[in-house]
Design a protein around this ligand. Structure first.
Ligand code: OTU
Length: 651
């Protein structure tokens, strides 16, 4: 046994008796207490190592360790018994989220249903659509005015009064749990708003709280850091630091000026955010979306993104969740280079992760009508460790950035720099013949860099097609939308819709009228839910009508239903098939002895696949398309209609 493990054991012996007060004051049963202690013993060595790595050089390490353990014990002692029940189940079935039954949706409470109370009335809608996972955009108390869509939190323990109360959140969580829907909320742990109590104390000169943030008296340190930093929100300000008049000091602000980055070099910050994390979990949240994970650890002389200590930190949060709230899972939000994205994924770090590379490359394929870069990337980037999963999405509340690997691009003869420029032109509609209606987000005049804002439907061509009143273009746009969904629903992982997509919602340019939103073009793709679509659906159920909106809704609903009937779509296993046709994406999904072959045409012209090729590759003689029901024999070539997708079962 190593020296460090030995020190760890001594430390635990000293600390365990100090938890006594927690058990006594919470009055928990012996068995509940034993559950905690057995998990603590099991995870202790790991936890001690992680925290020692981060904070072991502090003279007050032991004190902070004690505080952290007290926090964890309290979280378990006070955890509602119904959540402990969920914990016990999830520990036995750690890969429950890999099921083909899991389908996710994300929404803004205010834009969807005004408030949490009303949201509860729409659980039937989620079920109708087939959702089993619901991510609510940040709903905690925020600073007034611009709050970056809720990402500038002033109090993690109270709900934005416009949306409801913590009690409303609890009731919603209970109802969702009863309906079999997993609740996902953000853990915005990289920064707080400048109006958070900690920031206010810092502003009033409290040195203890000034150490919660990265605050500097003059430009010396900011300039030294700046030498190696990127700019994330260059249209907000140049650089990463904001001058605060009251304190007459510089504050580290990676995002907006009012989002103050927390200083995790300080163990008190770790412990304080741990308490907030456990509080959020106690409301009945199943998964936490770890916001902006890439930025949480800063180190002079580096780009302060994706540093090894960021992983150590998340792993430390994770072990503590395993000990105190074992059902709670983490979802990584690392919209960074694909090599860095996967580093956050693991049973001991984030069990699930956004798949930004797939998202970007699906849009890339749609623009180029070619799948070579997508296939190249998928060929070595899709596989994940056991008990982890991708969260596959097409659009979310954020922008689209072209986060593919330059080497993957050059492998298939693409110059990454030129290609990103092309994609930006294409998706902002500047490229001739483009169907897309996106607008730039965070355009950096110095580097020419930008990201793209726009809804799925507007980027896929529906907005322009409707404007052109072209039946043909509308048809093509709808097919593109469904093509993208069918990939996201079948490629392996948790598909995540951004609600509004089910109706093909278009860009909403009215955001410029609201001063709190005007400066952030992402609001263009955050439209308000139009419940009249649903009423139309209900009316037409009987009359059999087929408006464009209804067609999108019903087709997506059907894709989801079919997904859930295909056990081959569980898990993550995916093998590409080479068809020799550059316009097709083709792969086989297999799980538990089930197989499904998927062919997708990314062009607006019919494409053929050699049946012979499919047969000799061992994919069978006869297939049935699970989507349309048609059958195919591999004795002749298969023809895919423009943008058609086939989910082929062997028959
Ligand atoms: C996240 O995104 C959120 O998703 C955004 O809505 C927030 O504005 C931001 O953090 C601050 O809380 O820059 O454009 O992974 O791409 O973390 C979105 C790197 C963002 C960043 C991502 C960030």
């Amino acid at each position: 046994i190593s020296d460090l493990s030995f020190e760890g054991q001594l430390t635990l012996e000293r600390l365990l008796p100090r938890l006594e007060t927690v058990w006594q004051s919470a009055d928990v049963s012996a068995s509940v207490r034993e559950e905690f202690e057995s998990r603590l013993l099991q995870q202790w060595d790991k936890l001690f190592r992680l925290l020692h790595e981060l904070y072991g050089n502090r003279y007050d390490f032991f004190y902070h360790l004690e505080q952290i353990l007290l926090t964890a014990a309290t979280a378990w002692a006070e955890r509602p018994e119904c959540l402990r029940e969920v914990d016990r189940h999830r520990v036995i079935e750690p890969n429950w989220f890999e099921s083909e039954q899991v389908v996710g949706g994300a929404l803004y409470v205010d834009l969807f249903s005004e408030n949490l109370g009303r949201l509860r009335e729409h659980i039937g809608y989620f079920k109708q659509l087939g959702l089993t996972y619901l991510h609510l955009m940040p709903l905690f108390a925020v600073r007034p005015g611009n709050s970056d869509g809720g990402y500038a939190i002033s109090n993690y323990r109270s709900v934005d009064p416009r949306l409801g109360t913590i009690e409303d959140l609890r009731l919603l969580a209970d109802d969702l749990r009863a309906a079999g829907i997993t609740l996902v909320l953000d853990f915005v742990f990289n920064h707080t708003s400048d109006e958070h109590l900690w920031a206010k104390k810092a502003q009033s000169g409290d040195r203890e709280y000034q150490q919660f943030y990265n605050i500097f008296p003059d430009r010396e340190m900011p300039d030294r850091y700046e030498a190696t930093l990127r700019e994330i929100f260059p249209t907000v300000r140049r650089g990463n630091f904001t001058w605060h008049d009251g304190m007459a000091k510089w504050v580290w602000t990676t995002f907006n000026n009012f989002q103050w980055d927390l200083n995790y070099h300080n163990p008190a910050v770790f412990r304080a955010m741990l308490e907030e994390m456990f509080f959020i979990a106690s409301t009945g949240v199943d998964m936490l979306r770890l916001d902006a994970v890439a930025f949480i650890w800063k180190q002079l002389g580096t780009n302060c993104e994706n540093l090894p200590q960021a992983h150590t930190l998340i792993q430390a949060f994770n072990v503590l969740a395993r000990i105190a709230t074992p059902g709670l899972l983490f979802k990584s939000e690392a919209i960074v280079h694909p090599d860095d994205v996967v580093k956050y994924i693991g049973e001991d770090e984030c069990q699930i992760s956004y798949n930004p590379t797939l998202m970007a490359l699906l849009w890339e394929s749609l623009a180029t009508r070619q799948t070579r870069l997508l296939s190249q990337s998928l060929s070595h980037r899709h596989q994940l460790p056991e008990n982890t999963a991708w969260v596959n999405y097409l659009r979310c509340h954020d922008d689209v950035g072209w986060t593919f690997d330059d080497k993957d691009a050059s492998q298939v003869g693409i110059n990454a720099y030129d290609h990103r420029r092309f994609l930006n032109h294409f998706y902002t509609g500047q490229f001739e013949g483009s169907f897309a209606r996106g607008i730039p987000f965070q355009e950096n005049v110095a580097t020419g860099d930008m990201r793209i804002a726009g809804t799925l439907a507007s980027l896929a061509g529906l907005e322009l097609a409707i404007e052109n009143e072209s039946e043909h273009e509308i048809e093509m746009a709808i097919r593109r939308i469904l093509l993208l969904h069918s990939i996201s629903l079948s490629i392996g992982g948790i598909p995540l819709l951004y609600l509004g997509e089910e109706w093909g919602m278009l860009n909403d340019y009215d955001f410029v009228k609201d001063p709190a939103k005007a400066g952030d073009t992402r609001w263009v793709h955050r439209p308000r839910m139009k419940w009249e679509f649903l009423e139309e659906l209900d009316d037409q159920m009987t009359s059999g009508g087929t408006s464009l909106r209804l067609r999108i809704f019903r087709s997506l609903q059907r894709l989801i239903t079919v997904r859930k009937m295909l056990p081959a779509l569980a898990g993550q296993k995916m093998e590409l098939i080479s068809t020799g046709n550059p316009h097709l994406l083709s792969f086989v999904r297999s799980h538990d002895g089930h197989r499904l072959t998927i062919l997708a045409n990314f062009s607006e012209t019919p494409q053929s696949v050699s049946g012979n090729k499919l047969r000799t590759a061992g994919y069978g003689r006869f297939f049935e398309d699970a989507l349309a029901g048609s059958t195919f024999a591999t004795s002749s070539d298969l023809i895919l209609e423009p943008y058609q997708v086939l989910w082929l079962n062997r028959v």
